[in-house]
Ligand binder design. Structure first.
Ligand code: PGA
Length: 236
C-alpha cells in the first residue's frame, strides 16, 4: 500500500471565492487526513492565505522578473506564502497557447522558488479518438525534473467543464501509465490527481482507483456543499 495522502484541490478559475470559504467551518480548510488546497484568482490569494487556507496560484511566470506585463513571478508567490501553483492547465495550454516547453519551464521556476507545482496534462477528444492519448501525455511530461514536490493532474480536455468524466477505468489506466513514466525514486511517492467534471457522485469511484491520489475540481469547487462531499469521499 502506498502512503500517498489524498489531495483535493479547488480551482476557482476566474470566479470570486465562494461564500463562506474563509470561515472557520469552511470545507476548503485542510484536514489531518486529507490535504485540501485552494486556487483563487490573484486578487484572492492574500485573503485566503490570511484566513489560513493552503493556497496556490492558477499561474506563475517562467521568467524571474523584468518586462513581462501582466505576469507574476514564482518568487512573488512564495513571498506571499503560496504553497503551490498550477502549471499547464488546459485552459492555458489551449486558450493561451502555452507549449509543453513553456509549462516545463514554469514547473522548474516554481520548484526553484520553493513551490509545490501541480503540473496539468491531458489529451483532447480528437487525440483520444486517434488513440494518441498516452503519447500526448508522455510528451507533456518530457523534461519534467525529478523532484518529490511535483504533483501531476491528469485532466482529459474533453472532460473539463463538460459534465463528461473519464470512467474510473479510463482514468486509472492513464494514471498507471503516467506513474510508469516517473523516475524510480519518485514513482511511488508522487501524487497524481484526476480532474474533469469531478462531482460528489463520481468522486468515490474515481478516488478508489489505485493510482488516483486526489482530484483537481473546477465547477463543483464553487459550490461549498458539493466540494465538502468530494472531500468526504476522500476521507472514505
Ligand atoms: P471541472 O474543471 O471540474 O469544472 O471540469 C476541472 C479543472 O479545470 O481543473
Amino acid at each position: 500500500m502506498s502512503d500517498r495522502k489524498y489531495l483535493i484541490a479547488a480551482n476557482w478559475k476566474m470566479n470570486p471565492a465562494p461564500q463562506g470559504a474563509l470561515a472557520k467551518d469552511s470545507p476548503y480548510r485542510t484536514l489531518s487526513s486529507v490535504d485540501v488546497w485552494v486556487f483563487p484568482t490573484y486578487l484572492d490569494l492574500q485573503p485566503c492565505i490570511e484566513a489560513g487556507l493552503i493556497t496556490g496560484a492558477q499561474l506563475g511566470s517562467s521568467a524571474a522578473n523584468g518586462a513581462h506585463t501582466g505576469d507574476v513571478s514564482m518568487t512573488m508567490l512564495t513571498e506571499l506564502k503560496c504553497r503551490s501553483v498550477l502549471c499547464g492547465h488546459s485552459e492555458r495550454r489551449h486558450g493561451r497557447h502555452e507549449t509543453n516547453e513553456e509549462v516545463i519551464a514554469q514547473t522548474i521556476a516554481a520548484l526553484e522558488a520553493g513551490l509545490h507545482p501541480i503540473v496539468c496534462v491531458g489529451e483532447t477528444l480528437k487525440q483520444r479518438e486517434a488513440g494518441e492519448e498516452k503519447e500526448v501525455v508522455r510528451k507533456q511530461l518530457e523534461g519534467l525534473p525529478v523532484e518529490s514536490r511535483i504533483i501531476i493532474a491528469y485532466e482529459p480536455v474533453w472532460a473539463i467543464g463538460t459534465g463528461k468524466t473519464a470512467t474510473p477505468a479510463q482514468a486509472q489506466e492513464m494514471h498507471a501509465s503516467i506513474r510508469g513514466l516517473l523516475p524510480k525514486d519518485v514513482r511511488d511517492s508522487t501524487r497524481i490527481l484526476y480532474g474533469g467534471s469531478v462531482k460528489p457522485d463520481n468522486a468515490p469511484e474515481l478516488l478508489k482507483q489505485k493510482d488516483i491520489d486526489g482530484a483537481l475540481v473546477g465547477g463543483a469547487s464553487l459550490k461549498p456543499d458539493e466540494f465538502r462531499a468530494i472531500v468526504e469521499a476522500a476521507i472514505g
